[in-house]
Each structure stands twice: as C-alpha cells, then as structure tokens.
Ligand binder design. Structure first.
Ligand SMILES: Nc1ncnc2c1ncn2[C@@H]1O[C@H](COP(=O)(O)OP(=O)(O)OP(=O)(O)O)[C@@H](O)[C@H]1O
Ligand SMILES: [Mg+2]
Length: 345
C-alpha cells in the first residue's frame, strides 16, 4: 500500500461573500450575485518528499487552496488531513509550524525594519528550536542552506536583490523546521535569469531535507523540470493530475493541452499546435453549467454542456475531469486538419 500523504484535502469548497460595493458589482458584471465560488470540490494529496505543482490561470483558486493548506483561511466545507489525521480548524502552534508558506513577493513578506539575524533569532527562540547559545550557529546554517553567507545576518531586506530576498524568505520558513512548504508563485516576481536559481534551490531543499513541497505556478514551463507531479486547476477545480512526464506526454484534458501548447518551444519539431486558449476564464460568480471548461473548449459536445465531470482515472496515477479524455488524440487530429483546411481555402 502506498504511504499516507502528508497532506490531503477532500471535497474542499470556498465561497467568498462579497459586499455590494460599486467596485464589487462592477468586477462581477451582473450587479446581482454576492458570492463567488473560489474552490468547488477540490480533492488533492501531497505525498511525502515530493514537489507537487499546482498550475492554472489567474483566479483559478490556487492561492485560496494554498492559504487553506497553511491554515490562514478556513474552507467553507471539506476536510484537510495532515499525515492521515484531520487537521483541527484552529491549529496549535506546533501544527502551524509544520506547514510553512513562501510568498510571491519576498519584499512585502519581510519586515524592512528588522535585520535578517534578528528575524531568525526571534523565530528560533519563539519556537524553542535551539537554545539561545546556539542561535547564531543555527542562523548561519539556515543562511548557508539557502545559498547565503554569514554576513547576511547584519543586513536588512532592502540591501538584497529580489532573488536573495526570496532566499531569506525561504530561510525564515525553514527556521521553524517545517516538513511541508507551500510556495505560492515564489519565482513569478523574479527576473527570468534568477528564477532558475531559485527553482534549483527548491530542488535541493527537497533532496537534502526531504521536504514535501506544493509549488504554485501560473505556467507549466516553470515546473516542468522541478515537480514530480502536476495538478492543473481550472475555475476552482482540479481538472487533471498526473506525474509530470506523463502529463506532458499524455495530457488528457483540453485545458492542459492548451497550457502545454502555450509553452514556447526550443525545437519546432515538438510544436503541437492544437488550439490556442482564447478569452478570459469565466467568472467564478457565474460558473457555466456542465463542464466548466466547455465555453472555451473546441471539443465540447452536448454532453459537456450538461454533465459536470468528476476526476476519473485515465491511466495509472493519472486522473482527468474530461468526459472525452480517451478521444482527445483523435479529436485533436480532426481539429488540426480542419484548421489547416480552413487556412488553405
Ligand atoms: N478575500 C477574498 N474575497 C473575495 N474574493 C476573493 C478573495 N480572495 C480571492 N478571491 C477570489 O477568488 C478567486 C480565486 O482567487 P485566488 O487568489 O485563489 O486565485 P489564484 O489562482 O491564486 O490567482 P492568481 O494566479 O492571480 O494569484 C478569484 O476570483 C478571486 O477574485
Ligand atoms: Mg494566487
């Protein structure tokens, strides 16, 4: 039997009730609805020692799920299990310590008035990680772990580059010895050249500390070489989940296929231009009936407009929420031929 996941969520929903301010009405466009469904029946598990990528467009609910996992938001319904046991709604200090978050913008997540050394010291003492006499050595160990030197202890966040600040934010998360990191788009705000070095840092933390990591990203390209598994989120639901290589080789949801197609390729050979994702995702105030992806899907049939599909196994360790999952390769060929015919005419 496989090992118990370190984290598991079952049938998680999150509904936000939005006040009736003019701005709220404008943003939802209809002037009537006052609640939105940010998560709508999410099932997901994080296995011990893996990096699981959570990918999807803006507004799909990635951060909401991340916040539920670290306990900073409560779900409207559903369960969160930690090592196989229900996580209490109000986590104690120890439960909070074990799941740490790394945010997109390290600058706003670090206090500019506190030096790196003071920040680490405060955490190490508060959580009784080491005795006072060992605080300095432990702080240096943490800095080295994230690729920084001892002299960073005296410095303030503003004295570092974006990539270094993210390293400090990671050191802060590691200071309390978590076993799980939830990283919410930790490289999205960084220069492309710096992104690769931070991705490598996450990979080394996984290897060296055996951490289990949920890594949130907009873009599949970012996680292709980092994660062992990928969960694709669309409008508050996981629509496909598989091991990373399998997902890229054998995508079984049209949305995933579009995300893969949108990755710029090195070699023209590997381009598989099936269809381009058009339009904005539908509003979470007004989720379409049937499959929520159907208004943007070139393969939507009548059944897709009425049946709301659940995740189902399509291959070993591979689930998709598309009722046409097994037909997609044939549908793609027909679509590509039709598009080619239209452009030739
Ligand atoms: N506190 C809140 N109150 C009301 N609505 C919210 C709140 N937080 C998030 N939402 C809404 O919930 C939906 C999901 O938001 P969330 O931030 O989880 O998406 P995301 O996938 O992280 O997007 P991004 O990629 O832009 O970070 C969005 O429609 C968002 O506007
Ligand atoms: Mg987000």
């Amino acid at each position: 039997m496989s090992e118990t996941p370190v984290l598991r969520v079952a049938d998680i929903t999150k509904t936000y009730h939005v006040n009736s301010s003019v701005l709220a009405r404008l943003s939802r466009g209809d002037g009537r609805k006052s609640s939105l469904s940010a998560l709508d029946g999410v099932d997901l598990q994080l296995n011990k020692g893996e990096i699981l990528a959570l990918v999807g467009e803006s507004g799909s609910g990635k951060s909401t799920l991340a916040k539920i996992l670290v306990g900073s938001t409560t779900p409207t319904s559903g369960e969160v299990d930690y090592h196989g046991a229900p996580m209490p709604l109000h986590r104690d200090k120890d439960a909070s310590r074990r799941i740490q978050m790394v945010f997109q913008d390290p600058y706003s997540s670090l206090n500019p008035r506190i030096s790196v050394g003071s920040m680490l010291k405060e955490l190490l003492l508060l959580h009784k990680i080491v005795p006072r006499s060992e605080v300095r050595a432990e702080s240096v160990r943490l800095l080295n772990l994230v690729g920084l030197e001892e002299d960073a202890l005296q410095a303030y966040p503003s004295q570092f580059s974006g990539g270094q600040r993210q390293r400090i934010a990671i050191a802060r998360a590691l200071a309390v010895r978590p076993d799980i990191l939830i990283a919410d788009e930790p490289v999205s705000a960084l220069d492309v050249s710096v992104q690769a070095t931070i991705l490598e840092l996450f990979a080394s933390l996984q290897r060296e500390l055996g951490l289990s990591i949920l890594f949130v990203a907009h873009n599949l390209a970012v996680v292709q070489h980092l994660s062992q598994r990928v969960a694709v989120m669309y409008l508050g639901r996981i629509v496909e989940v598989a091991e990373t290589a399998e997902l890229f080789r054998n995508p079984r949801h049209p949305y995933t296929r579009a995300l893969i197609d949108s990755i710029p390729r090195m070699s023209a050979e590997s381009i598989n231009e099936e269809f381009v994702l058009e339009g904005e995702p539908p509003s979470p105030f007004d989720i379409p009936p049937g499959c929520r992806f159907n208004p943007r899907c070139p393969y939507a049939s009548d059944a897709c407009r009425t049946t709301d599909p659940a995740l189902a196994t399509v291959a070993p360790q591979h689930e998709s929420a598309c009722i046409r999952a097994s037909e997609l390769d044939v549908l793609a060929i027909t679509l590509t031929q039709r598009t080619a015919g239209e452009s030739a005419a």
